[in-house]
Design a protein. Structure first.
Length: 220
């Protein structure tokens, strides 16, 4: 597998001036089967999107079963600008191995994804001020792309927040069609229920400049 086909995690390294001056691990791809899919452990009714067309509830459109991972009928689209947040709560304690994202097309495709663990109330002012647990540069591909996370940093998850800062293209909005998670989980004994955070997006506060180059560096 060539480096061009690999998933680019830039949470710990940057690109050199020649476009390939970086060090990274050549991970063995995860199996394609859905046996470790975490769809059943997502509290779909309480998935929230900020700055989304249709309001906060639009976020649940991207949480689909494995068989529908290439569906392009339902998607979440950013509203006031091209930045988007999706907050995913779980009904159990999750240890995440990978995240698959189908986004686009073309100028609507976000250029990057930043992940935050167990911070269910994050909004745009928070993600601008905090470093993510891990960040990825998104691959330009029509189908969903799987990104392997640093599993030790995403153990015992009860909430995962995805921040897409912009698309870097000519379009005013970003689109995400599918978010799929893989890993393991364990039930939480006596869990009282899911806390729902419905903080509204503040478009005037979260305008971010999208990267314009083919790649950009994350200094986290």
């Amino acid at each position: 597998m060539s480096c061009a086909d690999e998933h680019h995690d830039h949470s710990g390294h940057g690109h050199g001036g020649d476009g390939h001056g970086h060090d990274h691990d050549h991970d063995i791809p995860l199996s394609a089967g859905p046996s470790d899919a975490l769809y059943s452990q997502i509290d779909v009714d309480h998935v929230v999107a900020l700055n989304a067309v249709g309001g906060t509830g639009a976020g649940r459109k991207v949480i689909k079963e494995w068989a529908k991972r290439e569906d392009e009928v339902d998607y979440v689209e950013s509203d006031a600008d091209d930045a988007l947040i999706i907050r995913i709560p779980f009904v159990s304690s999750v240890s995440l191995r990978s995240i698959t994202v189908k986004a686009g097309p073309g100028g609507h495709r976000p250029t990057a994804m930043r992940l935050y663990a167990n911070q269910p109330g994050l909004d745009f002012s928070d993600v601008e001020a905090q470093q993510p647990v891990q960040a990825f540069e998104l691959i330009e591909r029509a189908e969903g792309v799987e990104y392997q996370v640093k599993a030790a940093k995403f153990a015992s998850l009860t909430t995962l927040t995805l921040f897409f800062p912009g698309n870097g293209g000519d379009e005013d909005s970003s689109r995400v069609y599918y978010v799929g998670l893989r890993g393991t989980y364990k039930q939480i004994a006596g869990r009282p229920g899911v806390i729902v955070y419905e903080a509204a997006a503040r478009p005037s506060d979260h305008r971010m400049e999208a990267p314009t180059g083919a790649a950009f560096q994350h200094n986290y």
